[in-house]
Design a protein around this ligand. Structure first.
Ligand code: COA
Length: 383
Protein backbone atom coordinates (compact mmCIF):
# COMPACT_ATOMS: atom_id res chain seq x y z
CA UNK A 1 0.00 0.00 0.00
CA UNK A 2 1.25 3.48 -0.78
CA UNK A 3 1.90 4.52 2.79
CA UNK A 4 3.99 7.60 3.04
CA UNK A 5 4.80 10.91 1.42
CA UNK A 6 8.57 11.13 1.07
CA UNK A 7 10.19 14.04 2.87
CA UNK A 8 11.39 15.50 -0.41
CA UNK A 9 9.66 15.87 -3.71
CA UNK A 10 6.22 14.72 -2.56
CA UNK A 11 6.71 11.28 -4.09
CA UNK A 12 4.87 8.32 -2.55
CA UNK A 13 6.79 5.59 -0.78
CA UNK A 14 5.35 2.09 -0.89
CA UNK A 15 7.20 -0.38 1.32
CA UNK A 16 7.82 -3.58 -0.61
CA UNK A 17 6.49 -1.75 -3.73
CA UNK A 18 3.00 -2.89 -2.73
CA UNK A 19 0.37 -1.50 -5.06
CA UNK A 20 2.99 -0.02 -7.41
CA UNK A 21 2.71 -0.80 -11.12
CA UNK A 22 6.33 -1.04 -12.18
CA UNK A 23 5.87 -1.71 -15.90
CA UNK A 24 3.76 -3.48 -18.50
CA UNK A 25 3.57 -7.12 -19.46
CA UNK A 26 1.53 -9.21 -21.88
CA UNK A 27 2.62 -12.48 -20.27
CA UNK A 28 0.39 -13.19 -17.29
CA UNK A 29 -2.54 -11.55 -15.56
CA UNK A 30 -3.28 -12.10 -11.87
CA UNK A 31 -6.77 -11.12 -10.76
CA UNK A 32 -6.13 -11.36 -7.06
CA UNK A 33 -9.58 -10.37 -5.85
CA UNK A 34 -11.27 -13.22 -7.68
CA UNK A 35 -8.40 -15.71 -7.61
CA UNK A 36 -7.83 -15.93 -11.35
CA UNK A 37 -4.55 -16.36 -13.22
CA UNK A 38 -4.06 -16.44 -16.99
CA UNK A 39 -1.07 -16.70 -19.29
CA UNK A 40 -1.46 -14.57 -22.42
CA UNK A 41 -5.22 -14.65 -22.00
CA UNK A 42 -5.60 -18.40 -21.34
CA UNK A 43 -7.00 -19.39 -17.96
CA UNK A 44 -4.46 -21.38 -15.93
CA UNK A 45 -7.06 -24.11 -15.32
CA UNK A 46 -7.52 -24.65 -19.07
CA UNK A 47 -3.78 -24.77 -19.61
CA UNK A 48 -3.11 -27.11 -16.68
CA UNK A 49 -5.88 -29.46 -17.78
CA UNK A 50 -5.04 -29.47 -21.47
CA UNK A 51 -1.58 -28.17 -22.34
CA UNK A 52 1.90 -29.58 -21.75
CA UNK A 53 4.68 -27.53 -20.20
CA UNK A 54 6.33 -27.33 -23.63
CA UNK A 55 3.15 -25.78 -25.09
CA UNK A 56 3.14 -23.23 -22.28
CA UNK A 57 6.80 -22.38 -22.96
CA UNK A 58 5.88 -21.71 -26.59
CA UNK A 59 2.92 -19.59 -25.51
CA UNK A 60 5.06 -17.50 -23.18
CA UNK A 61 7.95 -17.01 -25.60
CA UNK A 62 5.99 -16.48 -28.83
CA UNK A 63 2.58 -15.19 -27.72
CA UNK A 64 0.30 -17.94 -29.08
CA UNK A 65 -0.19 -21.64 -28.50
CA UNK A 66 1.82 -23.68 -31.01
CA UNK A 67 0.42 -25.60 -33.95
CA UNK A 68 1.26 -29.30 -34.00
CA UNK A 69 4.33 -28.77 -36.19
CA UNK A 70 5.54 -25.79 -34.11
CA UNK A 71 5.22 -27.93 -31.00
CA UNK A 72 7.18 -30.78 -32.59
CA UNK A 73 9.91 -28.31 -33.62
CA UNK A 74 10.09 -26.81 -30.14
CA UNK A 75 10.21 -30.28 -28.54
CA UNK A 76 13.09 -31.24 -30.84
CA UNK A 77 14.96 -28.04 -30.08
CA UNK A 78 14.54 -28.43 -26.33
CA UNK A 79 15.70 -32.07 -26.52
CA UNK A 80 18.77 -31.04 -28.53
CA UNK A 81 19.73 -28.49 -25.86
CA UNK A 82 19.36 -30.70 -22.76
CA UNK A 83 22.97 -31.84 -22.43
CA UNK A 84 25.41 -29.75 -20.40
CA UNK A 85 28.88 -28.72 -21.54
CA UNK A 86 31.45 -31.14 -20.06
CA UNK A 87 33.02 -28.29 -18.07
CA UNK A 88 29.72 -27.64 -16.29
CA UNK A 89 29.45 -31.32 -15.32
CA UNK A 90 33.03 -31.12 -14.05
CA UNK A 91 32.08 -28.02 -12.07
CA UNK A 92 29.12 -29.83 -10.47
CA UNK A 93 31.51 -32.57 -9.35
CA UNK A 94 33.66 -29.99 -7.56
CA UNK A 95 30.86 -28.70 -5.33
CA UNK A 96 30.51 -30.03 -1.76
CA UNK A 97 27.90 -32.79 -1.62
CA UNK A 98 26.17 -30.86 1.18
CA UNK A 99 25.74 -27.79 -1.04
CA UNK A 100 22.25 -26.34 -1.27
CA UNK A 101 20.86 -27.32 -4.69
CA UNK A 102 19.60 -23.76 -5.31
CA UNK A 103 23.18 -22.51 -4.82
CA UNK A 104 24.38 -25.17 -7.23
CA UNK A 105 21.76 -24.20 -9.81
CA UNK A 106 22.54 -20.50 -9.45
CA UNK A 107 26.28 -21.07 -9.84
CA UNK A 108 25.94 -23.50 -12.75
CA UNK A 109 23.66 -21.10 -14.65
CA UNK A 110 26.08 -18.25 -14.03
CA UNK A 111 28.92 -20.44 -15.33
CA UNK A 112 26.91 -21.45 -18.42
CA UNK A 113 27.26 -17.85 -19.63
CA UNK A 114 30.90 -18.62 -20.39
CA UNK A 115 29.93 -21.53 -22.65
CA UNK A 116 27.29 -19.68 -24.65
CA UNK A 117 27.29 -20.83 -28.28
CA UNK A 118 25.75 -17.45 -29.19
CA UNK A 119 28.36 -15.40 -27.30
CA UNK A 120 28.42 -11.79 -28.44
CA UNK A 121 25.08 -12.02 -30.27
CA UNK A 122 22.44 -9.85 -28.59
CA UNK A 123 19.74 -10.41 -31.22
CA UNK A 124 16.23 -11.55 -30.27
CA UNK A 125 16.84 -14.83 -32.14
CA UNK A 126 19.95 -15.53 -30.04
CA UNK A 127 18.05 -14.66 -26.86
CA UNK A 128 15.23 -17.03 -27.80
CA UNK A 129 17.82 -19.78 -28.26
CA UNK A 130 19.25 -18.87 -24.83
CA UNK A 131 15.76 -19.08 -23.31
CA UNK A 132 15.31 -22.55 -24.81
CA UNK A 133 18.76 -23.74 -23.81
CA UNK A 134 18.35 -22.56 -20.21
CA UNK A 135 14.90 -24.12 -19.95
CA UNK A 136 16.22 -27.39 -21.41
CA UNK A 137 19.30 -27.43 -19.17
CA UNK A 138 17.78 -26.59 -15.77
CA UNK A 139 16.47 -30.14 -15.19
CA UNK A 140 19.80 -31.61 -16.29
CA UNK A 141 21.72 -29.47 -13.79
CA UNK A 142 19.39 -30.29 -10.89
CA UNK A 143 19.26 -34.03 -11.61
CA UNK A 144 23.01 -34.31 -12.30
CA UNK A 145 23.92 -32.68 -8.98
CA UNK A 146 21.50 -34.88 -7.08
CA UNK A 147 23.12 -37.98 -8.57
CA UNK A 148 26.65 -36.69 -7.98
CA UNK A 149 25.95 -35.97 -4.31
CA UNK A 150 24.55 -39.49 -3.99
CA UNK A 151 27.74 -40.86 -5.57
CA UNK A 152 26.03 -41.89 -8.79
CA UNK A 153 26.94 -40.98 -12.33
CA UNK A 154 24.75 -38.29 -13.92
CA UNK A 155 22.51 -39.72 -16.60
CA UNK A 156 22.33 -38.51 -20.17
CA UNK A 157 18.94 -36.99 -21.00
CA UNK A 158 16.48 -39.39 -22.62
CA UNK A 159 15.28 -37.93 -25.95
CA UNK A 160 12.28 -40.27 -25.99
CA UNK A 161 10.80 -38.46 -22.97
CA UNK A 162 9.08 -35.10 -22.58
CA UNK A 163 10.39 -32.38 -20.31
CA UNK A 164 8.78 -33.50 -17.03
CA UNK A 165 9.29 -37.24 -17.58
CA UNK A 166 12.92 -36.76 -18.60
CA UNK A 167 13.63 -34.84 -15.38
CA UNK A 168 12.23 -37.66 -13.25
CA UNK A 169 14.18 -40.17 -15.34
CA UNK A 170 17.48 -38.28 -14.94
CA UNK A 171 16.83 -38.03 -11.20
CA UNK A 172 15.91 -41.65 -10.48
CA UNK A 173 17.38 -43.62 -13.39
CA UNK A 174 13.96 -45.10 -14.11
CA UNK A 175 11.35 -44.08 -16.60
CA UNK A 176 8.58 -42.60 -14.46
CA UNK A 177 5.03 -43.87 -14.46
CA UNK A 178 2.92 -41.91 -16.91
CA UNK A 179 0.82 -40.55 -14.06
CA UNK A 180 3.83 -39.20 -12.12
CA UNK A 181 5.19 -37.48 -15.22
CA UNK A 182 1.76 -36.03 -15.98
CA UNK A 183 1.33 -34.67 -12.46
CA UNK A 184 4.77 -33.06 -12.53
CA UNK A 185 3.99 -31.63 -15.97
CA UNK A 186 0.83 -29.99 -14.58
CA UNK A 187 2.82 -28.58 -11.65
CA UNK A 188 5.32 -27.11 -14.12
CA UNK A 189 2.49 -25.49 -16.08
CA UNK A 190 1.10 -23.98 -12.88
CA UNK A 191 4.45 -22.46 -11.85
CA UNK A 192 5.55 -21.07 -15.23
CA UNK A 193 4.71 -17.39 -14.82
CA UNK A 194 3.20 -15.03 -12.29
CA UNK A 195 3.34 -11.33 -13.09
CA UNK A 196 6.04 -9.22 -11.47
CA UNK A 197 6.78 -11.65 -8.64
CA UNK A 198 10.06 -11.00 -6.82
CA UNK A 199 12.33 -13.29 -8.88
CA UNK A 200 10.84 -12.18 -12.20
CA UNK A 201 11.21 -8.57 -11.16
CA UNK A 202 14.86 -9.23 -10.23
CA UNK A 203 15.39 -10.69 -13.72
CA UNK A 204 13.76 -7.66 -15.32
CA UNK A 205 15.83 -5.22 -13.25
CA UNK A 206 19.01 -6.97 -14.44
CA UNK A 207 17.76 -7.12 -18.05
CA UNK A 208 16.79 -3.45 -17.81
CA UNK A 209 20.48 -2.54 -17.54
CA UNK A 210 20.96 -4.52 -20.79
CA UNK A 211 22.91 -7.15 -18.89
CA UNK A 212 22.85 -10.56 -20.61
CA UNK A 213 20.15 -13.19 -20.07
CA UNK A 214 22.40 -15.40 -17.91
CA UNK A 215 22.96 -12.51 -15.48
CA UNK A 216 19.22 -11.88 -15.31
CA UNK A 217 18.38 -15.54 -14.71
CA UNK A 218 21.14 -15.90 -12.12
CA UNK A 219 19.63 -12.95 -10.22
CA UNK A 220 16.21 -14.57 -10.49
CA UNK A 221 17.41 -17.90 -9.07
CA UNK A 222 19.01 -16.14 -6.10
CA UNK A 223 15.76 -14.28 -5.48
CA UNK A 224 13.52 -17.33 -5.79
CA UNK A 225 15.56 -19.11 -3.13
CA UNK A 226 14.27 -17.02 -0.22
CA UNK A 227 11.67 -18.60 2.10
CA UNK A 228 9.22 -15.74 1.51
CA UNK A 229 9.22 -16.69 -2.22
CA UNK A 230 9.98 -20.08 -3.83
CA UNK A 231 11.87 -21.37 -0.81
CA UNK A 232 8.53 -21.67 1.00
CA UNK A 233 7.69 -25.06 -0.59
CA UNK A 234 10.69 -26.70 1.09
CA UNK A 235 9.80 -25.08 4.40
CA UNK A 236 6.20 -26.36 4.16
CA UNK A 237 7.48 -29.92 3.83
CA UNK A 238 10.01 -29.50 6.62
CA UNK A 239 7.18 -28.31 8.87
CA UNK A 240 4.99 -31.29 7.97
CA UNK A 241 7.90 -33.71 8.49
CA UNK A 242 8.81 -32.20 11.86
CA UNK A 243 5.19 -32.38 13.07
CA UNK A 244 4.80 -35.92 11.78
CA UNK A 245 1.12 -36.49 12.68
CA UNK A 246 -2.27 -34.88 12.01
CA UNK A 247 -2.99 -34.22 15.71
CA UNK A 248 0.16 -32.08 16.02
CA UNK A 249 -1.02 -29.64 13.36
CA UNK A 250 -3.57 -27.56 15.25
CA UNK A 251 -1.35 -26.88 18.29
CA UNK A 252 1.44 -25.87 15.90
CA UNK A 253 -0.79 -23.41 14.04
CA UNK A 254 -2.16 -21.93 17.28
CA UNK A 255 1.30 -21.56 18.76
CA UNK A 256 2.76 -20.00 15.58
CA UNK A 257 -0.03 -17.47 15.32
CA UNK A 258 0.19 -16.56 19.00
CA UNK A 259 3.93 -16.01 18.75
CA UNK A 260 3.49 -14.20 15.40
CA UNK A 261 5.64 -16.71 13.53
CA UNK A 262 4.83 -17.01 9.84
CA UNK A 263 3.47 -20.33 8.65
CA UNK A 264 4.96 -21.18 5.28
CA UNK A 265 2.61 -21.74 2.36
CA UNK A 266 0.02 -19.18 3.51
CA UNK A 267 -0.54 -15.57 2.52
CA UNK A 268 0.12 -13.69 -0.67
CA UNK A 269 0.77 -10.12 -1.71
CA UNK A 270 -1.71 -10.19 -4.60
CA UNK A 271 -4.30 -12.94 -3.97
CA UNK A 272 -7.10 -11.99 -1.64
CA UNK A 273 -9.13 -15.02 -2.79
CA UNK A 274 -7.84 -18.59 -3.09
CA UNK A 275 -4.80 -18.94 -5.33
CA UNK A 276 -6.09 -20.94 -8.33
CA UNK A 277 -2.79 -22.83 -8.54
CA UNK A 278 -3.20 -23.99 -4.95
CA UNK A 279 -6.70 -25.27 -5.73
CA UNK A 280 -5.34 -27.42 -8.56
CA UNK A 281 -2.31 -28.58 -6.57
CA UNK A 282 -4.60 -29.62 -3.74
CA UNK A 283 -6.44 -31.93 -6.12
CA UNK A 284 -3.13 -33.35 -7.36
CA UNK A 285 -2.04 -33.93 -3.77
CA UNK A 286 -5.33 -35.67 -2.98
CA UNK A 287 -5.08 -37.73 -6.15
CA UNK A 288 -1.53 -38.88 -5.33
CA UNK A 289 -2.50 -39.65 -1.73
CA UNK A 290 -5.31 -41.89 -2.95
CA UNK A 291 -3.35 -43.64 -5.68
CA UNK A 292 -0.26 -44.29 -3.53
CA UNK A 293 -2.17 -45.02 -0.32
CA UNK A 294 0.18 -42.58 1.46
CA UNK A 295 -2.43 -40.15 2.79
CA UNK A 296 -0.47 -38.71 5.69
CA UNK A 297 0.96 -35.59 4.06
CA UNK A 298 -2.28 -34.67 2.32
CA UNK A 299 -4.27 -35.15 5.52
CA UNK A 300 -1.83 -33.07 7.55
CA UNK A 301 -1.97 -30.37 4.86
CA UNK A 302 -5.77 -30.44 4.95
CA UNK A 303 -5.79 -30.07 8.72
CA UNK A 304 -3.40 -27.14 8.51
CA UNK A 305 -5.48 -25.41 5.84
CA UNK A 306 -8.73 -25.96 7.78
CA UNK A 307 -7.17 -24.65 10.98
CA UNK A 308 -5.84 -21.57 9.22
CA UNK A 309 -9.22 -20.99 7.56
CA UNK A 310 -10.78 -20.98 11.02
CA UNK A 311 -8.15 -18.91 12.85
CA UNK A 312 -6.78 -16.66 10.08
CA UNK A 313 -9.31 -16.60 7.25
CA UNK A 314 -7.52 -13.72 5.51
CA UNK A 315 -4.43 -15.88 4.87
CA UNK A 316 -5.37 -18.44 2.20
CA UNK A 317 -2.95 -21.12 1.02
CA UNK A 318 -0.57 -20.21 -1.78
CA UNK A 319 1.12 -22.18 -4.59
CA UNK A 320 3.83 -23.49 -2.29
CA UNK A 321 1.51 -25.22 0.16
CA UNK A 322 0.19 -28.27 -1.67
CA UNK A 323 3.12 -28.46 -4.09
CA UNK A 324 5.14 -29.66 -1.08
CA UNK A 325 3.08 -32.83 -0.54
CA UNK A 326 2.82 -33.36 -4.32
CA UNK A 327 6.59 -33.30 -4.83
CA UNK A 328 7.23 -35.36 -1.70
CA UNK A 329 4.80 -38.07 -2.78
CA UNK A 330 6.43 -38.08 -6.23
CA UNK A 331 9.68 -39.01 -4.44
CA UNK A 332 11.49 -35.71 -5.09
CA UNK A 333 14.01 -34.85 -2.32
CA UNK A 334 12.86 -31.90 -0.18
CA UNK A 335 15.80 -29.66 -1.01
CA UNK A 336 14.98 -30.02 -4.71
CA UNK A 337 11.49 -28.54 -4.31
CA UNK A 338 12.62 -24.96 -4.95
CA UNK A 339 14.86 -26.03 -7.86
CA UNK A 340 11.77 -27.76 -9.33
CA UNK A 341 9.94 -24.43 -9.04
CA UNK A 342 12.89 -22.87 -10.92
CA UNK A 343 12.76 -25.61 -13.59
CA UNK A 344 9.31 -24.30 -14.42
CA UNK A 345 9.69 -20.57 -13.74
CA UNK A 346 12.75 -20.23 -16.01
CA UNK A 347 10.26 -20.26 -18.89
CA UNK A 348 8.52 -17.18 -17.47
CA UNK A 349 11.77 -15.48 -16.42
CA UNK A 350 13.22 -15.78 -19.91
CA UNK A 351 9.95 -14.61 -21.49
CA UNK A 352 10.04 -11.54 -19.24
CA UNK A 353 13.67 -10.86 -20.15
CA UNK A 354 12.74 -11.02 -23.85
CA UNK A 355 9.81 -8.68 -23.16
CA UNK A 356 12.04 -6.27 -21.23
CA UNK A 357 14.65 -6.16 -24.01
CA UNK A 358 11.93 -5.54 -26.60
CA UNK A 359 10.80 -2.30 -24.92
CA UNK A 360 13.53 -1.45 -22.47
CA UNK A 361 13.94 1.35 -20.01
CA UNK A 362 16.30 1.21 -17.03
CA UNK A 363 14.40 0.22 -13.86
CA UNK A 364 15.54 2.61 -11.20
CA UNK A 365 13.15 3.68 -8.42
CA UNK A 366 13.70 6.49 -5.97
CA UNK A 367 14.48 5.88 -2.31
CA UNK A 368 13.01 7.66 0.67
CA UNK A 369 16.15 8.75 2.51
CA UNK A 370 15.61 8.50 6.27
CA UNK A 371 19.20 8.92 7.50
CA UNK A 372 20.82 12.00 9.07
CA UNK A 373 21.54 15.10 7.00
CA UNK A 374 24.07 17.95 6.91
CA UNK A 375 26.58 16.38 9.29
CA UNK A 376 29.92 18.09 9.83
CA UNK A 377 32.82 15.95 8.69
CA UNK A 378 35.51 15.30 11.33
CA UNK A 379 38.94 13.89 10.41
CA UNK A 380 39.53 10.37 11.68
CA UNK A 381 41.61 11.39 14.72
CA UNK A 382 38.91 13.77 15.97
CA UNK A 383 36.02 11.22 16.02
C1 COA B 1 3.78 -14.20 0.86
C2 COA B 1 4.13 -13.12 1.84
C3 COA B 1 5.65 -12.89 1.81
C4 COA B 1 3.39 -11.84 1.47
O1 COA B 1 3.93 -10.85 2.24
P1 COA B 1 3.34 -9.36 2.40
O2 COA B 1 2.36 -9.06 1.36
O3 COA B 1 4.52 -8.48 2.54
O4 COA B 1 2.56 -9.46 3.77
P2 COA B 1 3.20 -9.29 5.21
O5 COA B 1 4.37 -10.19 5.40
O6 COA B 1 3.42 -7.84 5.46
O7 COA B 1 2.00 -9.85 6.08
C5 COA B 1 0.88 -9.06 6.50
C6 COA B 1 0.43 -9.58 7.86
O8 COA B 1 0.01 -10.95 7.73
C7 COA B 1 0.85 -11.79 8.52
N1 COA B 1 1.20 -12.96 7.72
C8 COA B 1 1.46 -12.97 6.40
N2 COA B 1 1.74 -14.22 5.99
C9 COA B 1 1.65 -15.00 7.08
C10 COA B 1 1.82 -16.37 7.28
N3 COA B 1 2.17 -17.17 6.27
N4 COA B 1 1.65 -16.86 8.53
C11 COA B 1 1.29 -16.05 9.55
N5 COA B 1 1.11 -14.73 9.40
C12 COA B 1 1.28 -14.21 8.19
C13 COA B 1 2.10 -10.99 8.79
O9 COA B 1 2.77 -11.41 9.95
C14 COA B 1 1.53 -9.59 8.90
O10 COA B 1 0.93 -9.47 10.16
P3 COA B 1 0.96 -8.07 10.96
O11 COA B 1 0.20 -7.13 10.07
O12 COA B 1 0.31 -8.40 12.24
O13 COA B 1 2.41 -7.69 11.10
C15 COA B 1 3.71 -13.54 3.27
O14 COA B 1 2.34 -13.85 3.29
C16 COA B 1 4.52 -14.70 3.79
O15 COA B 1 5.62 -14.48 4.33
N6 COA B 1 4.03 -15.98 3.64
C17 COA B 1 4.78 -17.12 4.06
C18 COA B 1 5.84 -17.46 3.05
C19 COA B 1 5.26 -18.06 1.79
O16 COA B 1 4.44 -18.97 1.83
N7 COA B 1 5.73 -17.55 0.66
C20 COA B 1 5.33 -18.03 -0.63
C21 COA B 1 4.53 -17.00 -1.36
S1 COA B 1 3.89 -17.64 -2.87
Amino acid sequence: MADKEAATGGTVTAKGLEGVTAGSTALSLIEGQVGRLSYRGYDINDLANNASFEEVCYLLWFGDLPTRSQLVDLGNQLRSYRELPGAILDLLRLFPHEATPMDVLRTAVSALSMFDPDAGDGSREANIRRAMRLTAQFPTIVAAFDRIRNRKEPLAPNPALGHAANFLYMLTGEEPAEKSAHILDIALVLHADHGFNASTFAARVAAGTLADMYSAITAAIGTLKGPLHGGANEQVMRTLLSLGAVDKVRPFVEESLTSKRKIMGFGHRVYKADDPRAIMLRELSRNLAESTGNRKWFEMSERMRETMEELKPNLPVNVDFYSASVYYTLGIPVDLFTPVFAISRVSGWTAHVLEQYADNRLIRPDADYIGPRNRDFKPVDER
